[in-house]
Design a protein. Structure first.
Length: 367
């Protein structure tokens, strides 16, 4: 009987296991823990991998090319001078999206006896002023070269300020026409091309200057620094006059200086004002500043090259020349003007400048 009972239990167990293995439940269930609700899944539904995708709009940061942030001329070498020029993007333009450097310049020598520098500063509020400043500089350079080609040395040396004003007026007028022509051809609002313009021309008998708007120019002659032009400024800081304005001619300023061979000749945009020119001081007997006491003593602009800055810069360049490291001039000048680093030391006045900066200089070779 015991044997029979064991056999019956074994048979019953086998039948139970067989039924459990071969019988499908009416529905499948997924359980997520002891107290979780059961979620019914259809037989035909396959488990899916759930990936959370954040709907974040991709914004590409615009990166300007170097030729949009820096315009650096090749080192100019004449029989008497070394010349360099650079225009670099200001801190306020290094944002997202960035703004191109709106300054431009040209530095040239003609027949090894005439040297000229042209600087233009595009208006910060004008969308295409970086185009305007480039057109202005290159157009005026071409026109100046043509003027020198058709003029003999004697007639240039005999110019007085009245005659020079008429010539400068024509050069600037034709340059302005190029801006207007570009505006019409490209269907661009001429107001977006707003820019200032400076021309400094060294002849065999002196220095001729012409400008519309702000910026500055100076020279070192017989050990003394001199201002060569008066920038146009208004009582509103940062406001000036632009070449595209209908009344530009009322603000064209010209000068002639009987300085035949200066040790240094330089032109800057207003981004270099604060660290390279002294704008405070007593009103001299001969007015060279922007305003005199009658207008506003508080806004009087001394307008004199800052000797401490130019002595250091010229000394550094002459040191490179003496050590036969002429190829280092442009990198060193760029480091000073763009990055505000002088002999590995930071220069606060340069580093804190927000505006684009342009400097063009002719430096007399030591005999």
């Amino acid at each position: 009987m015991l044997y029979l009972g064991i056999v019956i239990v074994l048979i019953s167990t086998i039948i139970t296991i067989y039924i459990s293995l071969n019988t499908k439940p009416s529905a499948k269930y997924s359980s997520m823990g002891k107290n979780s609700e059961k979620v019914q899944l259809n037989d035909t539904e396959k488990p899916k991998d759930v990936t959370v995708i954040e709907n974040v709009e991709k914004v590409e940061t615009k990166i300007l090319k170097r030729n949009e942030t820096h315009h650096i001329s090749d080192l100019l070498k004449t029989s008497d001078y070394y010349g360099f020029g650079l225009s670099v993007q200001g801190k306020s333009h290094k944002k997202d999206p960035p703004i191109p450097c709106q300054d431009f310049h040209v530095i040239e020598s003609f027949e090894d006896k005439y040297h000229y520098a042209i600087v233009s500063d595009g208006a910060g509020s004008a969308e295409n002023s970086h185009v305007g400043s480039k057109i202005a500089c290159e157009s005026l350079s071409s026109l100046t070269k043509k003027y020198l080609e058709i003029s003999d040395e004697e007639s240039i040396n005999k110019l007085d300020n009245a005659k020079w004003y008429k010539i400068a007026f024509r050069l600037f007028e034709k340059t302005r026409e190029e801006l207007l022509s570009y505006s019409e051809d490209k269907n661009v609002d001429v107001e977006t091309l707003k820019c200032t313009l400076i021309l400094i021309l060294q002849t065999t008998n002196g220095i001729l200057t012409a400008n519309v708007g702000d910026g500055r120019a100076g020279c070192l002659s017989e050990g003394k620094y001199h201002s060569l032009m008066v920038p146009f400024q208004t009582f509103v800081i940062g406001s000036t006059i632009f070449l595209i304005k209908d009344y530009w001619d009322q603000f064209l300023r010209t000068s002639i200086y009987e300085i035949k061979k200066p040790e240094a000749l330089f032109v800057i945009s207003d981004g270099c004002d604060d660290f390279s020119f002294s704008q405070k001081g007593e009103v001299p007997e001969k007015e060279q500043g922007v305003y005199d006491k009658v207008h506003s003593e508080a806004r009087y602009d001394h307008n004199q090259p800052f000797a401490g800055f130019y002595d250091a810069l010229i000394g550094q360049i002459n040191e490179l020349i003496s050590n036969n490291k002429i190829d280092k001039i442009l990198p060193i000048v760029e480091e000073i003007i763009d990055k505000g680093i002088f002999k590995e030391n930071p220069v606060e006045g340069i580093q804190k400048e927000e505006d684009d900066k342009t400097m063009v200089m002719f430096l007399l070779k030591k005999q």
